[in-house]
Design a binder for this molecule. Structure first.
Ligand SMILES: CCCC(=O)SCCNC(=O)CCNC(=O)[C@H](O)C(C)(C)COP(=O)(O)OP(=O)(O)OC[C@H]1O[C@@H](n2cnc3c(N)ncnc32)[C@H](O)[C@@H]1OP(=O)(O)O
Ligand SMILES: Nc1ncnc2c1ncn2[C@@H]1O[C@H](COP(=O)(O)OP(=O)(O)OP(=O)(O)O)[C@@H](O)[C@H]1O
Ligand SMILES: O=C(O)CCC(=O)C(=O)O
Ligand SMILES: [Fe+2]
Ligand SMILES: [Mg+2]
Length: 342
């Protein structure tokens, strides 16, 4: 007795398969469908250098990051999570929560005025790794998935910020000059570093959205200086000294929860806040734990190191000598994989 479907049926199947796809003819097992990484290589045969082989980014997304140095993913962080981060930030501003290692910055226009325990006094908080609630942002799996496509499987959270851009006091000091984040980082390689920046509300040109120069990540790290702004510039808000003024600027209009991933050499800044609200964004810079520290002495980054040391001396006393590398090693936190060099 012949099994149901026997030779006759398999012959018919073979003919059908040949008809559908000559390469899947009899004998050959069904080939698995091509992965996203394979598709990307077929479609864009040039070498990828800013992204790693992965099966998350579509070929178009991967190509976009390679060419432009940034990629916006819509609606990546939930409203609920963002409200938790907002509440925690408010508690920090009201002094209800003390976070070890946190740096609180006030806008230059209010830095010298009387202290008020309110978000109105805070332009940005930095290094919130010691706050478990805010740090949860850096560990969100949907963010780390994208980060892994750029930095690989061993991921350190190196630098964290919650930016609370105040209504401009009329001096344009709420602007952030165009800069490259790598200017502040004494580690390399740049291609294994990425920033995730999430809008905590709708952010457009009225409240000071991010402005990027697409493709600028392909250039070198540039010389940075304080811009000559009449209304004053915030401490450490260095800007690129010269950049191609003809490069088109792109204003990234983002909705709450939208997240942009960008390369540390991408030239970016943000405009002034013309609204009455405090424009909020949360961000984390990630690096592969395979990265290594560099000595910035004798480079364009030397001045940053000196300036940060000077701030630390003022704050903690004259005898303190901050080794930049040590300061980064203490702050950095592993979020995925193994801690190697960093
Ligand atoms: C990807 C980006 C990477 C980065 O951004 S890495 C850059 C690292 N960033 C930093 O190190 C943060 C810099 N900011 C700070 O450390 C602090 O905000 C800063 C400036 C020390 C102020 O700390 P506070 O604890 O508020 O100290 P303080 O009230 O005693 O002020 C000390 C002196 O600084 C002045 N100041 C405070 N906020 C300022 C501002 N926004 N712009 C300009 N000057 C500012 C303040 O007036 C005071 O000056 P003075 O000593 O009285 O002459
Ligand atoms: N003189 C300057 N030096 C360095 N950066 C600057 C200077 N003037 C403006 N910027 C920065 O350049 C970026 C782009 O400026 P641009 O005028 O295109 O947009 P914007 O000021 O953000 O928004 P809008 O044009 O809607 O006011 C902003 O991030 C701003 O902070
Ligand atoms: O205005 C912003 O949110 C961007 C700030 C920024 O680029 C930075 O602090 O490095
Ligand atoms: Fe930046
Ligand atoms: Mg402008």
């Amino acid at each position: 007795m012949e099994e149901s479907g026997g030779r006759g049926a398999s012959l018919r199947l073979e003919v059908l398969l040949r008809h559908l796809s000559p390469s899947r003819a009899a004998g050959a097992t069904l080939a698995p469908s091509p992965t996203s990484a394979q598709l990307a290589k077929e479609k864009y045969p040039t070498q990828f250098c800013y992204t790693l082989d992965n099966n998350l980014l579509s070929p178009e997304q991967r190509h976009f990051y390679e060419e432009n140095g940034y990629l916006v993913i819509r609606n990546l962080v939930s409203s609920e999570d963002i409200e938790c981060f907002r509440n925690e930030f408010m508690k920090i501003c009201k002094n209800e929560v003390k976070v070890p290692g946190l740096v609180i910055m006030r806008d230059i226009s209010i830095a010298k005025s009387e202290f008020v325990a309110d978000q109105k006094a805070v332009t940005k908080i930095q290094d919130f790794m010691g706050d478990e609630e805010l740090f949860r942002y850096c560990t969100l799996p949907q963010i780390l998935k994208y980060v892994e496509c750029i930095v690989g499987p061993n991921i350190m959270a190196m630098h964290t910020m919650l930016i609370n851009k105040p209504p401009d006091p009329g001096k344009k000091s709420s602007r952030h000059p165009l800069h490259q984040d790598l200017h502040f980082f004494p580690f390399r390689p740049a291609d294994r570093i990425v920033c995730a920046w999430t809008a905590m509300e709708r952010i457009d040109r009225r409240n000071g959205c991010l402005v990027v120069l697409p493709g600028s990540h392909k250039g070198p790290l540039k010389q940075h200086d304080y811009p000559e702004w009449e209304g004053g510039v915030n401490k450490i808000y260095h800007g690129v000294r010269d950049y191609d003024k003809n490069t088109p600027r792109v204003h990234l209009v983002m909705e709450k929860g939208d997240t942009v991933f960008f390369h540390p050499l991408l030239i970016h800044g943000s405009g002034m806040n013309r609204t009455e609200g405090f424009r909020k964004a949360i961000s984390c810079h990630y690096a592969s734990s395979d990265c290594y520290y560099i000595d910035v002495k004798g480079t364009s980054q030397e001045k940053v190191e000196e300036e940060i040391q000077e701030l630390a001396r003022k704050k903690y006393g004259a005898e303190i000598i901050v080794i930049l590398k040590d300061a980064w090693m203490v702050r950095g936190r592993l979020v995925k994989g193994k801690r190697i060099n960093m």
